[in-house]
Design a protein around this ligand. Structure first.
Ligand code: C2E
Ligand code: CA
Ligand code: CA
Length: 763
């Protein structure tokens, strides 16, 4: 029996030694604590070995010292290990150090036994003919046991609390250690009370050490792992299917079951169900496979990413395979939404400019033999539409144009919104039917249910010749073509050509030069005399001329329309009015019966307060308003009639004379004339030219003169070139004349000379 225990103790010590070595190599933090704890278990075992083997009192007593002191060390470390193992916070420093101090004192107390003999002694007993040395405890030994048992009790309590509080799956880990500790404690207690010479609990200590080593460093709670993995796999939103070695589905998670609607956990149906849903045999035939699939359920499109891979064991032997089906519908839709927003205009939902340009580049590249045209679609006076009818109506109008473009542009073409009130189109030239477009655009009615408005749309067309040209340049040219349409209301489509390009560039150039030209007086007023029936000069019309340093003499027919289009006419006119006032005031008493007529462009009324401007000028130069005549055209009355009528009335009240210029060139309306504060009717020379051989036109002319006479309006015919014309006009009762027959427009000095000569002639 003694030998048997000795062998057990030796084997246990060896086993513990191996565990110590292995624990030291562990990468885990707790490994160190375990190695020390297990290491400390060896001395008590060896101490007991000495006790049972020695048969000599001194050696047995030394064994006892090793045993008791060793136990103190084991218990002090057991406390620390318990905290680490049960993952609870270390007790506060003061408690920890107090525990260590108590054990320290106990060790000293035990060592002092060599002097005082207060703790224990040994006595020999004869068992089976062998002298065992049994322990005889005194109060020092009792104190030692009280300390050891108290700490042991605390450790046991910690384990019990942990077992109560932890999920069931963790019980194993705590329970086995607790049970070993209780058995060991029981054996120890038995040893104390039975006073047998052999402490059997030592075997328990040894086993306890081995278990600690196993549970802390070797044990993998497989059932825990299984359950965790399974619950995780069930919870993930991806569909997960597991296949055995033979390709049979053996398990699917909740999402997988829902995806293909597996009934009653019959996982082997999954294969068929997946194929019938996604129509894809590859899913099963291949072990490693990845692809995306779209599922169109009629009301909704869903997107899935499939990924299949093999599962192998540690030795890389195939165990089966798994399939993950990831629903990427939301990501895909978000992506599509972002892509749509980046390429489309949010209001009309047409392509935006950048994307349209990209598409045009692609189409041109892909069809090098097709002849295409680029169309710049411009909504005219759109700002006005917004101002007058409100932005909601403006938006509605833009959407209506977008709708029309969808019908108008063929499959082979592409279109989009370039910005604000402009759209862009590319289409084969052969598909563009100008007559049809003209017909549509002549009556482009926008009706939102409460407001109806005829939208004016112009198309500028550039026929693409060089496909490698910048798309923006193509649109610039198509845009340039628009400037050719001018004020003609029947024409909506215009084509780009090289002359036009030069014209536009020239217009840009002179626009940039204008301020300087005014400052340097390169623009000058030429004066053309107006004569009465006796041939006497009664006044003059101021007409602008640009003596350009490079381009030479520029007629207003060239530059006035440019500035009328871009609004710079205001600068020209203000300057011309000032010049007229300067001339009148410069004459002083000379020519004091003569008036000067100045031209007012319809655009002037847009950009300034014409009345105030002219009144201030007359005041500044202190001239009689009756000597400054104001020429307006009928187009002034095309817009904002009430307001403009008021302005003209106040000019008339201030004493200025108002002339209706170019009467007969536009939509001459006698009706309008009746209400307007007009003093003089200037009849357009083109009217006169037509009257030459057209009896009907002649009669109209006669009637106009009669009518103006009735209304108290003097009639003036301009463009009189021949004596014949003059005779006819005189016969009709015309009172005033202007034309080359009398004089051309002349610079001031020349006109002054002319006036002197003619007054001398008359005298
Ligand atoms: P308009 O106001 O009708 O001016 C009369 C035009 O007829 C002038 O052309 C004049 O030179 C021309 N003319 C006069 N008698 C005859 C004739 O017997 N036969 C022919 N064939 N033509 C004659 P001009 O000076 O070239 O001016 C052209 C137009 O430019 C003017 O037409 C006027 O609308 C505009 N314009 C000229 N100066 C100004 C200006 O300072 N401001 C504004 N807003 N427009 C101006
Ligand atoms: Ca005029
Ligand atoms: Ca005229």
């Amino acid at each position: 029996m003694r030998i048997a225990f000795a062998v057990i103790y030796i084997l246990l010590s060896l086993a513990l030694g191996i565990c110590v070595c292995m624990a030291r190599k562990s990468y885990r933090k707790i490994g160190k604590t375990v190695s020390v704890l297990v290491g400390l278990l060896i001395p008590p075992v060896l101490g007991n070995l000495l006790i049972i083997l020695s048969g000599n009192q001194t050696v047995a007593t030394i064994g006892c010292y090793i045993y008791f002191i060793g136990m103190d060390l084991v218990l002090s470390l057991l406390l620390r290990f318990t905290c680490d193992y049960c993952v609870i916070r270390w007790p506060r420093k003061i408690i920890r150090y107090s525990v260590y101090a108590i054990f320290g004192l106990d060790i000293i107390q035990l060592l002092l036994n060599t002097v005082f003999g207060h703790a224990f002694s040994t006595e020999a007993i004869l068992v089976d003919g062998f002298n065992y040395y049994r322990l005889v405890p005194y109060w020092g030994q009792t104190l030692h046991r009280v300390i050891d048992y108290s700490v042991f009790f605390v450790v046991i309590m910690i384990f019990i609390v942990k077992i109560v509080r932890s999920p069931r799956i963790y019980l194993e880990r705590y329970f086995v250690i607790l049970a070993t500790m209780l058995v060991t404690g029981g054996l120890q207690t038995y040893y104390i009370f039975s006073r047998t010479p052999i402490d059997r609990s030592m075997a328990g200590y040894g086993i306890f050490g081995l278990l600690i080593f196993y549970f802390t460093l070797q044990y993998r709670p497989l059932s825990l792992l299984d359950r965790m993995l399974a619950s995780m796999a069930s919870d993930i939103s991806d569909g997960l299917f597991l296949y055995d070695l033979y390709g049979k589905c053996i398990w699917a998670n909740e999402s997988g079951i829902a995806l293909v609607d597996i009934k009653n956990q019959q996982f082997d149906q999954a294969g068929e169900l997946l194929i019938s849903k996604f129509g894809e045999a590859d899913i099963h035939e291949k072990d490693v496979w990845a692809d995306t699939r779209t599922l169109n359920s009629g009301t909704e499109v869903r997107y899935y990413v499939f990924r299949k891979n093999t599962l192998t064991d540690e030795k890389k032997k195939k165990m089966g395979s798994f399939l993950i089906v990831h629903d990427v519908t939301n990501e895909q839709k978000e992506l599509q939404r972002q892509r749509f927003n980046a390429t489309h205009d949010p209001l009309t939902l047409l392509y935006n400019k950048e994307y349209l340009y990209d598409c045009i580049r692609d189409i041109l590249k892909a069809n090098p033999d097709e002849q295409y045209c680029v169309i710049f679609v411009d909504l005219m006076d759109f700002r006005l539409v917004n101002d007058v009818f409100g932005h909601a109506f403006g938006d509605f109008a833009l959407k209506s144009v977008a709708k029309w473009l969808k019908e108008f542009v063929p499959q082979e073409g592409v279109f989009g919104r370039l910005g604000g009130d402009t759209f862009g189109v590319l289409m084969p030239v052969s598909d563009f039917n100008e007559d049809k477009v003209e017909e549509k655009l002549s009556q482009f009615v926008i009706n939102d249910g409460s407001v109806e408005h005829n939208l004016l749309i112009h198309l500028g067309i550039y026929e693409v010749r060089k496909t490698d040209m910048d798309v923006s340049t193509m649109f610039d040219r198509a845009h340039m073509a628009l400037s050719d349409i001018k004020e003609e209301y029947q024409i909506h489509v215009s084509y780009y050509d090289e002359d036009l390009r030069n014209e536009v560039l020239w217009a840009k150039k002179i626009s940039a030069e204008l301020p300087d030209a005014i400052a340097k007086r390169e623009i000058q007023p030429f004066l053309q005399p107006i004569v009465d029936i006796k041939g006497k000069v009664v006044g003059l019309e101021a007409l602008a001329r640009w003596i350009h340093p490079k381009d030479g003499f520029l007629s207003p027919a060239k530059f006035i329309p440019v500035f009328e289009r871009n609004g710079m006419i205001v600068e020209v006119d203000k300057y011309m009015w000032r010049c007229a006032c300067e001339i009148i005031s410069g004459w002083g008493e000379e020519n004091k019966d003569l008036f000067i007529s100045v031209n007012i462009s319809p655009k002037d009324f847009y950009f300034m307060d014409v009345t105030t401007e002219i009144r201030n000028l007359a005041k500044e130069f202190n001239i009689d308003p009756a000597r400054l005549r104001i020429e307006i055209t009928e187009t002034v009355m095309m817009n904002d009639i009430d307001n403009r009528m008021k302005k003209l009335n106040s000019l008339k009240e201030l004493g200025f004379v108002i002339e209706m210029d170019d009467f007969g060139s536009g939509y001459s309306s006698l009706n309008l004339l009746k209400d307007m504060p007009v003093d003089v009717l200037k009849i357009d020379m083109r009217f006169l030219n037509r009257a030459k051989d057209d009896e009907k036109a002649r009669r109209i002319l006669q009637n106009i003169m009669n009518l103006s006479d009735d209304l108290g309006i003097a009639s003036l015919t301009e463009g009189v070139e021949t004596q014949h014309q003059l005779d006819m006009l005189c016969e009709m009762g015309c009172k005033l004349f202007q034309g080359y027959l009398f004089a051309k427009p002349m610079p001031l000095e020349e006109v002054e000379r002319f006036l002197k000569n003619s007054s001398r002639d008359k005298d």
